[in-house]
Design a protein around this ligand. Structure first.
Ligand code: ADP
Length: 375
């Protein structure tokens, strides 16, 4: 097409416009000027830019600086890894707001002060006020750690990068190190940026089992080096690690994750809020205050994600009942369905059990006392 005219002849990254002709907003590049680098990007031996396919070119094009050059940090990285980071790991619009997260007021306050303000006003948060670049969110699974990460990126207008550490070791066998370099490289070109590493314990664990492979040790070292790098610089990049096994992190990991916030199970009020907000979204909330309180009492120990599953199951109640009474699904009138009741929740409670055990909670609380930022 017209848009792609001349594509194969262009040496990539020279143009100020995207390869499709669309405007590419300038991205701050620390290296600044056009530089005298001769190698632009790592290419497969003997092949030029023409060896890259369109989608890869598009990704690289988006990362070019105002001078139309690929930032220095990215020049020695493999284009396919940069593309993977841009397409699969980077999330331009995380779409979670503080008000979507039930409870956790304490964590929200801390995070606002510790990371959102510094990302919004780097000029004020320097010197004595310079923030840590590493935040650990720990606690049982399904309590909103990922949501907080996304909300931080949203509130600070930062680019969000999500990676699960276990995928680095399982899916990217032997390439994890390169991917980590690409991740930090792309993030620093997309500032301000938030890198969220889920299950960070599997990357930075202190276990030195005999089975620990050389490759996973190298991966860990590479990760710590990258963190060290942006910790000392003026980059606007924040690393958030999430884990439900904080006790497995070693001293080096703790040192780099300077703030450590406990994200506990939702309180009774937070559980009520989750029920109400999920049902209200679908116009199904008709529970009395008393019934809501009863459900909250019955769900002590349920995580946020358990609550979501519970509400899902309970909201099937009216539907199941209508079908039991012989109404055909195709003839079912949405308006005729009764609202979700306490009884629906009582049957759902038989199906959806809490996923976190009481003795697990003790481990988090102990670790919080010992290493947590503010308890
Ligand atoms: P974690 O990262 O702690 O394992 P997530 O943030 O991925 O948990 O939460 C999983 C899902 O559970 C969310 O998408 C949301 O629907 C629900 N959830 C968990 N915690 C909360 C919360 N505090 N407020 C609202 N919803 C929550």
């Amino acid at each position: 097409s017209d848009n792609n005219r001349g594509f194969g002849h262009r040496s990539y990254g020279y143009t100020r416009r995207g390869i499709r002709g669309n405007f590419v907003p300038p991205i701050r590049s620390k290296e600044g000027g056009a530089g005298n680098m001769t190698s632009r990007i790592a290419r497969p031996a003997g092949k030029g830019d023409d060896a890259l396919d369109d989608s890869t070119k598009r990704c690289l094009d988006m990362l070019c600086g105002p001078d139309g050059e690929l930032p220095e940090k990215l020049r020695n990285l493999e284009p396919r890894l940069i593309e993977h980071i841009s397409n699969e790991i980077m999330d331009q619009d995380p779409n979670v707001r503080w008000e979507d997260i039930a409870g956790l007021d304490h964590a929200k306050t801390c995070v606002t002060e510790m990371v959102i303000w510094p990302l919004l006003r780097p000029d004020i948060f320097k010197g004595c006020r310079s923030p840590g670049r590493g935040l650990l969110l720990f606690g049982p699974p399904g309590t909103g750690k990922t949501m907080i990460g996304k909300a931080i990126a949203g509130e600070a207008k930062a680019t969000f990068f999500y990676i699960s550490a276990s995928s680095l070791t399982s899916k990217w066998i032997g390439e994890g190190e390169k991917l980590v370099r690409a991740l930090f490289g792309v993030a620093s070109c997309r500032q301000p940026a938030v890198i969220f590493v889920d299950e960070i314990d599997s990357l930075l664990s202190q276990r030195k089992s005999e089975g620990e492979h050389e490759s996973s040790r190298r991966l860990k070292t590479q990760f710590l080096i990258e963190m060290e790098g942006f910790d000392s610089g003026s980059d606007q990049v924040l690393l958030i690690g999430a884990t439900n096994r904080p006790q497995e992190l070693d001293e080096a990991a703790r040192r780099r994750l300077t703030k450590r916030l406990y994200i506990p199970l939702p309180s009774s009020d937070a559980r009520a809020w989750i029920i109400r907000s999920l049902l209200q979204k679908d116009g199904l909330f008709k529970l009395s205050e008393e019934d809501t309180n009863t459900i909250c009492k019955l769900t002590a120990g349920y995580s946020g994600s358990d609550m979501k599953n519970l509400v899902k199951d309970a909201s099937m109640g009216p539907l199941r009942e209508a079908l039991r009474q012989g109404v055909e699904i195709t003839k079912l009138n949405k308006e005729d369905m009764r609202p979700v009741t306490l009884q629906d929740f009582e049957s759902a409670l038989q199906e959806v059990r809490p996923s976190v055990s009481l003795n697990e909670l003790g481990i988090y609380e102990d670790w919080n006392k010992q290493f947590g930022s503010l308890s």
